[in-house]
Design a binder for this molecule. Sequence first.
Ligand SMILES: [Zn+2]
Ligand SMILES: [Zn+2]
Length: 225
Amino acid sequence: MSTCQLCEQHDDTGSQLCPGCTKGTRVRLEALPVLYRGLGALLAPAGGVGQGRSGKGGPAPLPVSLDVLDIRGPGGMAALLESWVDAVRHERGRPEPAHTGSPEGRVERACGELLGHMPWIAVSWPEAGEFAGEIRELARSVASMLRTPEPERGTRVGHCQAVDASGTICASVLWLAPGEQVVRCRWCGMCWPPATWTQLKAWIDESAIRGEKGVQRRDVASTTR
Ligand SMILES: [Zn+2]
Ligand SMILES: [Zn+2]
């Protein structure tokens, strides 16, 4: 008989983390690099993709928060994740090469390495609860920075069907802002002018039927303006 270190519920497996908290932690580690890139989009100049400065000035610029700059900087999310990577490496007697490269690459590698250690962390690491709690807090605070304020949202269109270089569908929720003629993805910056809406709708329906995202599909960059 034992207790999960994160949710503090009884857990029959005798591990440090129960199966639910283990899965939750894995999902958060997978999501963090994506959330991190989403924060980058918040820092991009408004209107950089799409309508530019024509018309009524385009969408209102999103407020650039100092929190966002902090977490995107070299001492932010990357350093926090790497401190956990170092702790695990040390505990497991693994080599400890330095963390180098861009903050974005470092976040990706740290999450990948931590995911690789998850089976051991969940079963054996006495610090698993503290680790999982901090990962949960990090994912929560970044997600809250990305949340669009309610009044500006407008009409919910569906999930963005833009495909990135790796062939993964963006799948963020698209909103047609009040008074706007173009649906602009707040996440990836993809613009969906009215001429693309029929196709967009077809893709949204198609992926809803498949009930999945992250599938490979042909490039749709030609619909960007
Ligand atoms: Zn739990
Ligand atoms: Zn998108």
